[in-house]
Design a protein around this ligand. Structure first.
Ligand code: ADP
Ligand code: GLC
Length: 488
């Protein structure tokens, strides 16, 4: 099939979270499986500096109807192989910024204009590049307006879209792109689209809602999350529209995979010693380097809990921070955290760092290299999420022989098998369900106890995780099936 992916981020070009990992990796797998994939994303010059020489200008002048006028953007291309190309919409007024969506935790005030512009530009780029997609595949709110565009006279008459359906993947329903209705003017759509079956939402615009009601197929990034978002406590007010989508057979849950080449402890360029499931010696050296890098005492026998996370309410790090002090007083443990986001949480973690200098260390910032080192050097990886559409870190952890301790929600529920004496042959981690400090604390202590007192079992849990196949090849066929079903 001819597939056009439209996304606001993709690794390695620009990344704030797992969306980028997915948009970097799954297109590669789909291309290997014989599809022609073009990925369209914004060009962020400050973030993609080293890319400028690798990309070629493919269209110097791309006309983008925007409000009353036409703006002119440029399209760059990065050719990967005959089945895979990345295209970048270059428009500096909106995308030449140090970060993607917000600055110091405050959203850019013009995000509505930025992503309306991007969505419209992506549709125009399909025409200008003479792509003939069978599927337009959008991701989350920043590109979901494209699902709407495809169904309007602005685009449906073009030959390019004659055999084209659209698919929307929900990576996170907590972010919907809700904006003042005055922004409708920018979209080029008339007020007839401002109704409850499309863009209207409590007298505002809601891009994600419009996308999921107009897409031919919709999926969430894990089976459990696909169910959860149809309940009020997880649906962020879109549970009702989602029922409608599901009732028409258009909603599914497809578990994310991971890039097994990028995340591989036997080849990882970011870690000091390589290792694999049959020879784990290198992992000890990684722990030592991690302790050194994070200024923690070199204690090989102390259980080390790692966290790499956006510091957002979704991730439950507030629950962790509220509970961990008690453990830091009483238990022989170490904690290494890498994260950035909510300034309040950043402050709280830094305070703990100052208070428990020998046991608790936090690095506030975004660092790909350190994220790999934490995956490799920790004994446990903690993910106490309030909700988690899929989560990739627990899968990276298992691959690195680092045992995940997770809250059983969304993709965490689907990917981690909780340890008990009865299921030692399958267990890959530790789970808790109540989002309370006590439940989390008990589970961390339980893990630490197995680490100290049952090393045989601990090694078996590690081995189980390291032998589980989380590659994209396993689930890519479900995407292929969804693309086919979009035509039914
Ligand atoms: P989400 O997309 O909700 O943030 P995921 O688990 O799907 O959660 O993906 C998070 C991705 O972002 C992982 O690759 C993780 O390593 C990475 N990541 C998150 N925070 C940081 C950070 N501060 N530095 C480096 N990588 C980070
Ligand atoms: C979102 C979700 C995360 C998921 C990622 C990739 O950012 O929060 O759970 O793994 O998208 O689909």
């Amino acid at each position: 099939m001819n597939l056009v992916w439209i996304t606001s981020e993709a690794a390695p070009y620009a990344k704030t979270g797992g969306l980028a990992d997915v948009c970097g990796a799954l297109p590669k797998t789909l291309a290997e499986r014989g599809h022609k994939v073009s990925v369209i994303m914004p060009y962020y010059p400050q973030i993609m500096k080293d890319l400028t020489t690798k990309t070629k200008v493919r269209k110097e002048r791309l006309g983008v109807p925007f409000g009353w006028s036409t703006e002119w953007a440029q399209v760059r291309g990065h050719y990967i192989n005959e089945n895979l190309s990345f295209y970048f919409i270059e428009y500096n007024l909106y995308f030449d910024r140090p970060t993607l969506y917000d600055y110091n935790g405050v959203e850019y005030g013009d995000n509505a204009s930025r992503f309306i512009f991007f969505s419209r530009a992506a549709m125009q780029a399909i025409l200008a590049l003479e792509l003939k997609p069978n599927i337009i595949h959008t991701h989350d709110w920043p590109s979901s307006l494209c699902n709407v565009y495809l169904k309007t006279p602005l685009y449906w008459n073009f030959d390019n879209f004659k055999d084209c359906k659209s698919v929307l993947t929900i990576h996170n329903i907590g972010y919907q792109g809700v904006f003042n209705k005055s922004n409708l003017l920018m979209t080029g759509l008339g007020w007839e689209y401002f109704n409850h079956t499309c863009l209207e939402y409590h007298d505002q615009l809601n891009f994600l809602k419009a996308g999921l009601l107009t897409a031919d197929m919709v999926n969430a990034v894990s089976p459990t999350y696909a169910q959860e978002i149809m309940r009020p406590e997880y649906g962020f007010t879109l549970d009702r529209p989602l029922h409608h989508v599901s009732y028409r057979g258009k909603l599914r849950g497809i578990l994310n995979g991971i890039d097994v080449n990028e995340w591989n402890p036997s080849t990882d360029r970011f870690i000091p010693s390589k290792y694999d499931r049959d020879n784990m010696a290198g992992k000890k050296a990684c722990k030592e380097t991690l302790q050194r890098e994070f200024g923690l005492p070199l204690k090989p026998k102390t259980p080390l809990f790692g966290i790499v996370s956006r510091l957002a309410s979704q991730k439950g790090i507030d629950v962790f921070a509220g509970m961990i002090e008690d453990m830091l007083y009483h238990d022989d443990i170490q904690v290494a955290i890498l994260g950035t986001g909510d300034p309040g949480l950043e402050g709280q973690l830094s305070e703990l760092n100052g208070k428990f200098i020998e046991k608790f260390s936090v690095y506030i910032g975004f660092s790909n290299a350190l994220s790999h080192l934490i995956e490799a050097g920790s004994d446990f990886f903690v993910i106490p999420s309030r909700y988690e559409p899929c989560g990739l870190n627990q899968m990276y952890s298992m691959r690195y022989g680092t045992i995940p301790v997770v809250r059983g929600t969304g993709g965490l529920e689907d990917t981690v098998v909780n340890y008990s004496y009865e299921n030692l042959d399958k267990a890959t981690g530790f789970k808790f369900y109540d989002l309370t400090g006590d439940a989390l604390k008990n589970t961390l202590r339980w893990g630490a106890q197995i680490y100290r007192e049952e090393p045989e079992n601990f090694r078996k849990i590690i081995y189980n995780g390291m032998t589980t196949d989380f590659s994209w090849n396993k689930t890519a066929s479900e995407y292929e099936k969804m693309y086919e079903d979009a035509f039914k």
